[in-house]
Design a protein around this ligand. Sequence first.
Ligand code: CA
Length: 423
Amino acid sequence: MSLSNLSFVKSWVSIPANSDFPLQNLPFGVFKTENEKERVGVRIGDFVVDLKALYILGYLENLPFELSDFDAIVLNLMMKKGKKSVRELRNRLLKLLDNQHQSLQKNEHHVSQVLIPIEQVTMCMPIQIGDYTDFYSSREHATNVGMMFRDPANALLPNWLWIPVGYHGRASSIILSGQNIHRPKGQIKPDPNSNPIYAPCRNLDFELETAFITFDGKALGESISTEEAEEYIFGMCLLNDWSARDIQTWEYVPLGPFLAKNFASSISPWIVTLDALEPFRCESPKQEPEVLDYLKFKGEKSFDIQLEVSILTPNGLEQNIAKSNFKYLYWNMSQQLAHHTVNGCNIRCGDLMGSGTISGPTPDSYGSMLELAWKGSKPIPFSDGTERKFLLDYDTLIIKGFAEKDKLRIGFGEVRNKILPAL
Ligand code: CA
């Protein structure tokens, strides 16, 4: 089935209008139900397709997968089979769920075992994440932060236009959408003329990001080129890279973020494949000065993905605070991966690579409270009468993402987490 024709194909599964999850999406995730433990599924409309059940019933025959790849608490075993195999699996699922295809559709007994209504499932952390790297690839974000904390005239540091800047984060505290977090505590220095104090963070922030998840890469010492990079990318999800700005301000010199970042980062539960995003490829911003050879790339390597941030206040008001787009990123995923491995660093199945905060060109497209409220100087008014400089206890931060074109919508769902007071 060619990708260009795919947008007209319909499923026999009923899919609500405007769903993030049409037949053309089929994102992968891990779920459990009341009566059965974790297993692998794909999402379609308001159902999860149980791949373990599908395998047992014989619908996934002649594919390079075993029962244990789907009867698993994470996607890693399935992902170990690599891009080509996962693509074959996805193509089989597209066929089984296509209304022109009879085999599963006509077997009501099987359908009832394989299709599980979304309200009956609990989503689980989909990936055993080995390493977490976070980039800093939005020019607008880097410029805004540089203007606030350094010199407005030289907001971008000299290396930024040459290097997809990044740092190694922490995988142990990556959590799933739906899990509450506690306001972190740490060293802050509210009075610049006094000693630091140990206290709950006062400037708690979110960072609007996406992340990509890798297949196994090459051996230690070898590099992945921009041309090869997408062969090593399984898919993408939404990422909220929680940040404690006051802890960060005091601790970040000289080695960069540490406890301001590693208390939690949240991801959405469904991993959208690059194949599903194929119709939404677009150009990324022009890169000037010309990048070094190993960062050059051919073709369209960015994706037009709309991103929205809302806060659900303790009063029950949900208010949008930002709209941005993945396509604003200056450095694309292929460049990030090429840079990450150019020194011979190896990547492994299940590594998570954050995009960096995705800010757009206008003040309503900024990807953090730090920028939206401009370091606290422009509080954001809420229609329940409250205002925010940073995030408050019992706020719920919601990030949504979707790509939409020619009546085809490929969405990510959301990443949603509530902030509880410090422990
Ligand atoms: Ca970040």
